[in-house]
Ligand binder design. Structure first.
Ligand code: SF4
Ligand code: SF4
Length: 222
């Protein structure tokens, strides 16, 4: 899932200062699960914005809605009435949802209300860990299901650096060494000898380093 966190309220309040009619728009998918942009956070954000404006001695007309999924055009039609009534939209969806809104409703600005952070796994309630960077050429079969790109701080591909200690990464004692985990899995599945094979440099052209990516299914004509 995509993990995000709400921007500081002071930042959101400052961003909407020039506007009088605001729609706070949530998304019912990932940001609801990570408690950044679901219906509850939408209502909290709207209330905080209205209170802050009132304290400043001014009025703010703030409305709220949460669509099922903000990253697909077809779900955005449900918000048309409130979008057209608003001077500005504050989206609590991820960066994809915010951009989908700006494309679909090009006459209205949709501002970000969250910081989109990473693709990750919910380990337990309230805890998410990054585990894929979308490199475009997955190597999880070589590393027995642990990503060396996302889980190793240096994205090493030929084994650990010299900084791993007691299973922790040298960048932080809080961070598990991805390669420690990989080696444990290789031993478990009797595949440790695979590490002696030297991997050539990775072709990062399939990742974001190759520029913005686009995927077109073979049967789709553009
Ligand atoms: S190897 Fe690439 S695609 Fe596979 S999990 Fe890691 S970053 Fe994601
Ligand atoms: S200590 Fe482990 S996770 Fe950290 S950079 Fe080195 S190999 Fe990667």
């Amino acid at each position: 899932m995509i993990v995000a966190e709400r921007k500081p309220l002071t930042e959101i309040i400052k961003a909407v200062a020039p506007f009088e009619k605001v729609l706070v728009l949530g998304c019912g998918e990932c940001v609801t699960v990570c408690m950044a942009g679901g219906d509850k956070e939408v209502k909290e954000t709207a209330a905080a914005m209205a209170i802050a404006r009132k304290k400043a001695g001014k009025e703010l007309a703030v409305k709220t809605q949460t669509v099922e999924r903000q990253c697909e055009f077809e779900y955005l039609e449900a918000a048309r009435k409130l979008v057209e009534e608003a001077d500005v939209v504050v989206s609590l969806a991820c960066g994809v949802g915010i951009q989908t809104m700006n494309l679909h409703y090009a006459e209205v600005q949709t501002l970000p209300g969250v910081n989109t952070t990473f693709m990750g796994l919910p380990l337990q309630q309230g805890v998410w860990v990054e585990n894929c960077l979308g490199c475009g050429n997955c190597v999880l079969e070589d590393t027995v299901g642990i990503c060396p790109i996302a889980r190793c701080s240096k994205s090493m591909l030929n084994g650990p650096c010299g900084g791993s200690q007691d299973g922790k990464c040298e960048v932080s004692k809080e961070t598990e060494c991805g390669w420690h985990l990989i080696v444990e899995r290789l031993i478990k599945f009797d595949k440790l000898s695979a590490l002696s094979e030297v991997k050539p440099p990775k072709d990062w052209a399939t990742s974001h380093s190759g520029g913005p990516r686009k995927m077109v299914r073979e049967d789709v004509k553009l």
